[in-house]
Design a binder for this molecule. Structure first.
Ligand SMILES: NC(=O)C1=CN([C@@H]2O[C@H](COP(=O)(O)OP(=O)(O)OC[C@H]3O[C@@H](n4cnc5c(N)ncnc54)[C@H](O)[C@@H]3O)[C@@H](O)[C@H]2O)C=CC1
Ligand SMILES: O=C(O)CCC(=O)C(=O)O
Length: 411
């Protein structure tokens, strides 16, 4: 099932549990605005090449729209639409004053030079600058983008609108980025995991973890789990996969990856088939890469008892059903990976106030927001007798529906 059909299905299930009327349902499902732009840039050799960029602004009932920008060859309008909708529910679950948006460019960032990436980002910003803004829509990094990408957007946007650091989050610290934002999604994943495990009388220490994706989210989650005494027994990324039943030394693996650009040939672990990562023997599985990776083909073979959805939409609804029948507990994306956008909110607040928080305060507040959201979700699981995904969806959808009604937008 494609990402949009799956996301709509989860939304409809939540809407039924909440008893929303059909007018509200429709108003919440249809995106506020969908933008598609052509971005033509000269390559370093002088030839022209065109890319298609998207920004979907899903909903702004609770505040400015918020969400990352992805650079990946498989970016398509339906997926961006689904990811924008997920952002609306995610910001509401985290209870931060935002709506949802997402953007992307269909390109392969690893095949572009730094100057080509800069030109592409600047052209994309020129095409969307009048539709984003500090109080309208605030982009951030996602797969294939990073703090440097945000710096280029900030600079290009500022040429049109004056210096506006709060127009993007996930910026470099030197340009008003927040301490702790780079690690925030992975750190939030770890706080969420701790909250879930505590409910089951367990802790990270001594449990085994398999992690798919070793970029921003995966590498930070792995490092913090390792720090807490969890055993990361398998890690994969686009370059390959490694395993060690006694636990991989993540700091050494990070050094190896930095030095060689790949996971393979790491002396502290054995090579494994990346296709086996999701079904590897472990207590906790953390997908931190692409969407739709858990599906009806592999869900039956998953060995983990807990899945923490650090990636967006890693679990297809068919896999959801199979896994729940097997008794696997899934912590859903719109909660589990909300740490990134939560610290993005702290960054935006700091920029607007012109005041910088220290990292300890950022991490403390992040933990408070993640723990509060977990207890809010559990409360709804109890009252609606539903799983964690529906607990999170009903929490987010209800908050957005209430704001929509209060603003008189239901007609
Ligand atoms: N960066 C952020 O703050 C947030 C990211 N997310 C989600 O987390 C996921 C990862 O994002 P980032 O870490 O930021 O991206 P990234 O670009 O930093 O890293 C992506 C990682 O996935 C790996 N990967 C790509 N294709 C793969 C494959 N077929 N098999 C195994 N690994 C593969 C890459 O090699 C890389 O290690 C995405 O789903 C993103 O939407 C969610 C919330 C916030
Ligand atoms: O930090 C942000 O604004 C958005 C992060 C994001 O794209 C996500 O949570 O999926």
């Amino acid at each position: 099932m494609n990402a949009l059909a799956a996301t709509n299905r989860n939304f409809m299930k939540a809407a039924r549990i909440l008893g929303l009327d059909s007018k509200i349902e429709k108003s919440l499902l249809i995106p506020f605005r969908e933008i598609k732009v052509e971005c033509t840039i000269p390559k370093d050799d002088g030839t022209l090449v065109s890319y298609v960029g998207f920004r979907v602004q899903h909903d702004n009932a609770r505040g400015p729209m918020k969400g990352g920008i992805r650079y990946h060859p498989e970016v398509d309008p339906d997926e961006v639409n689904a990811l924008a909708q997920l952002m609306t529910w995610k910001t509401a679950v985290a209870d931060i004053p935002y709506g949802g948006a997402k953007g992307g460019i269909g390109c392969s960032p690893k095949d572009l030079s730094t100057s080509e990436l800069e030109r592409l980002t600047r052209v994309f910003t020129q095409k969307i600058h009048d539709l984003i803004g500090v109080n309208a829509d605030v982009p951030a990094p996602d797969m294939g983008t990073n703090a440097q990408t945000m710096a280029w957007i900030l600079d290009e946007y500022s040429k049109f609108h004056g210096y506006s650091p709060a127009v993007v989050t996930g910026k470099p610290i030197d340009l008003g980025g927040s301490l702790g934002r780079e690690a925030a999604t992975g750190r939030g994943v770890v706080y969420a995991t701790e909250a879930l495990l505590a409910e089951h009388g367990k802790s990270i220490k001594g449990l085994t973890f398999a992690i798919q994706g070793f970029g921003n989210v995966g590498s930070w989650a792995a490092r913090l789990i390792h720090e807490r005494g969890g055993k990361v027994v398998a890690v994969s990324d686009i370059t390959g996969a490694v395993k060690n039943p006694n636990g991989i030394n993540i700091l050494d693996l990070l050094q190896h990856k930095d030095a060689t650009g790949k996971l393979a040939d790491f002396s502290g672990a054995d090579a494994m088939d990346p296709n086996d990562l999701l079904t590897h023997d472990c207590d906790v599985l953390i997908p931190c890469a692409l969407g739709g990776v858990l599906n009806r083909e592999n869900a039956g073979d998953v060995k983990a008892k807990f899945i923490i959805e650090a990636a967006n939409h890693p679990t297809d609804p068919e896999a959801d059903e199979i896994l729940s029948k097997k008794g696997v507990t899934i912590l859903p994306d719109i909660y589990a990976n909300a740490g990134g956008v939560t610290v993005s909110y702290f960054e935006w607040v700091q920029n607007i106030q012109g005041f910088m928080w220290d990292e300890e305060k950022v991490n403390q507040e992040l933990k408070r927001y993640m723990t509060r959201a977990f207890h809010n979700i559990k409360g709804l699981c109890k009252s609606h007798n539903c799983d964690l995904r529906m607990g999170a969806f009903t929490l987010g959808v209800n908050r957005v529906a209430r704001a929509t009604l209060l603003r008189g937008w239901e007609a």
